[in-house]
Design a protein around this ligand. Structure first.
Ligand SMILES: NC(=O)c1ccc[n+]([C@@H]2O[C@H](COP(=O)([O-])OP(=O)(O)OC[C@H]3O[C@@H](n4cnc5c(N)ncnc54)[C@H](O)[C@@H]3O)[C@@H](O)[C@H]2O)c1
Length: 317
């Protein structure tokens, strides 16, 4: 019998790519998604087209924060990717959606699986739990101090995952992704917006002076980390998933200009609240426990995202 995985957020950027990888590895996959309207749901429908062709895949359309979760099957492993993502929209009245999709949904999913023979519950956490960190590179022992309401909800859910692990002996792991990019990246994320603007001849909005830097993680590396966390993680641990490429925003635009053969027109705007100036992962624990170091550098990764975006928006050239 093949192992059975539950992937939540299965129609999103990371969840859809992870589902395809697990199917290719011979697993049975149940995907869960409620198709929130945070971005165009046609993109999400397109993300799952290939998985839906596979007889080992089934999709359940339900809201983890509201539906009766006894409908979810018994599985060997849960990869919990569903969330309301995005730092900038998490202020004001929309915070309620972040609490619902990130905190309540996670608690309900943990309740559903806490008494089942699960090999691992893998939670998609975020570098945003660190906020403007006091130390770079940032390791997992640093006291998390989020800088946005989004980061607070991701940290709250991470604590829930860890405390269910400690209280009920569940094998859990939290993966603190550092800005994931590549084909299918969400349309609110910087590289997707940059590619679209370049391909459509629009101006690129750059926040601040464009010198803010991020630790960027290619999608295939984030996926591999999920599989390894399932198979090898120390029980109840969190891992930084990053350490690949630290570059600033202007450098990434220069790479995309080359990849797409288009000169960028920049407009500089005020840096929005909640965005840290810098992120940089200490990836020692990833290497030690999961025997993994990210493989794909920023040039190669951005070229892959650029050619995917050309398929989506057409080439200007
Ligand atoms: N992309 C990144 O760089 C990044 C960085 C750090 C952390 N993360 C985390 O990784 C995960 C995946 O991110 P992504 O970029 O693929 O986002 P995404 O928005 O593309 O995917 C999330 C999916 O979850 C679904 N969803 C949301 N709430 C749900 C609910 N209550 N029930 C069922 N489905 C629900 C949405 O419809 C969406 O399809 C999220 O948990 C996010 O917080 C992402």
């Amino acid at each position: 019998m093949p192992k059975h995985a539950l992937v939540t957020g299965a129609a999103g950027f990371i969840g859809s790519t992870l589902s395809e990888r697990l199917l290719a590895d011979g697993l049975r996959v149940t995907g869960v998604d409620c198709f929130t309207d945070y971005y165009d749901i046609n993109l999400k429908r397109a993300n799952i087209q290939s998985a839906l062709q596979n007889p080992q895949y089934q999709l359940l359309e339900l809201d983890l924060g509201a539906a009766d979760l006894t409908a979810l099957p018994e599985v060997d492993v849960v990869f919990h990717q569903a969330a309301q993502a995005g730092v900038r929209a998490s202020w004001g009245k929309d915070f309620a959606a972040y609490v619902h999709h990130n905190v309540l949904a996670t608690q309900r999913l943990l309740e559903r699986y806490q008494n089942t023979p699960l090999e691992r519950f893998v939670y998609a956490s975020s570098s945003s739990v660190y906020g403007d960190a006091e130390k770079y590179p940032t390791d997992e022992m640093l006291l998390p101090r989020p800088f946005s309401p989004y980061g607070v909800t991701k940290l709250a859910a991470e604590h829930l995952v860890l405390l269910y692990g400690r209280n009920f002996g569940m094998n859990v792991a939290g993966l603190r992704y550092f800005t994931v990019y590549g084909p299918r990246q969400r349309p609110d994320m910087a590289f997707h917006k940059f590619c679209k603007a370049l391909l459509q001849g629009d101006e690129i909005a750059v926040y601040g002076d464009g010198k803010q830097s991020r630790d960027f993680t290619f999608i295939a590396d984030a996926i591999e980390a999920n599989v390894r966390a399932w198979q090898r993680a120390t029980a109840q641990a969190v891992y930084n998933i990053g350490g690949g490429s630290q570059v600033d925003v202007l450098e990434t635009i220069a790479i995309l200009e080359k990849a797409l053969g288009v000169k960028a027109r920049l407009k500089f705007e005020t840096r929005p609240p909640g965005d840290p100036l810098r992120t940089r992962a200490d990836a020692t624990r990833l290497k030690q426990d999961l025997d993994y170091a990210t493989q794909i550098g920023i040039e190669e990764g951005l070229h892959a995202e650029a050619s995917w975006a050309q398929g989506l928006y057409g080439s200007k050239a």
